[in-house]
Design a protein around this ligand. Structure first.
Ligand code: ADP
Ligand code: MG
Length: 165
């Protein structure tokens, strides 16, 4: 039996990555934590941009590769888009004063390269692993909270239902 907490999805082109992000956007509007995992060029920023755009963020959405974090606010909801690629020491995010933002319950927190922040980082609701597959990508979505599981149930309503008699 497949694990109900995990879904795999083919993303044949950039538009498919953006479409998945747009479908997730309305589900995270009350806050949520998403880790985006994958090599350079896997599509993490592409995904984050499409999600942020769909959540109503206007203007330029920069990759946080150099600033480490970009912060947005829409209708009193905060969005934190982190990129820890340049982190060398897992303690750096604590020193950088990100603890409150990273633990925020009522914010949307998107993290690229969360694995560089070490084990002290609060766990995500959902991790999305992006890997190359031919010219496209394959996404593996894993929920690790009730929130994350409810998002997966909404995204993939027909998965894991027992066959009807
Ligand atoms: N599903 C996909 N299939 C093919 N190319 C994709 C897909 N998703 C994104 N891309 C492309 O891959 C590149 C990913 O860049 P970016 O999102 O900055 O990656 P990352 O943030 O993971 O380093 C972009 O050029 C984008 O157009
Ligand atoms: Mg990136």
């Amino acid at each position: 039996m497949t694990d109900p907490c995990t879904h795999r999805l083919e993303l044949p082109d950039e538009a498919a990555t953006q479409e998945l992000a747009r479908r997730l956007a309305p589900l995270v509007r009350h806050g949520g934590r998403i880790h985006l995992t994958g090599d350079l060029g896997a599509g993490k920023t592409t995904f984050a941009r499409a999600l942020l755009r769909e959540c109503g963020i206007r203007g330029r959405i920069k990759s946080p590769t150099f600033a480490l974090v970009e912060v947005y606010e829409v209708s009193n909801l905060y969005f934190y888009h982190f990129d820890f690629y340049r982190f060398n020491d897992p303690r750096e995010w604590l020193d950088a004063g990100f603890r409150d933002a990273l633990a925020a319950k009522d914010a949307v927190v998107l993290i690229e390269w969360a694995e560089k922040a070490g084990a002290e980082l609060p766990p995500p609701d959902l991790e999305i692993i992006l890997e190359p597959a031919g010219d496209g990508r394959v996404a593996t979505l894993t929920a690790s909270s009730e929130h994350g599981q409810s998002w997966l149930n909404a995204l993939f309503p027909n998965a894991h239902k027992p066959p009807s008699a």
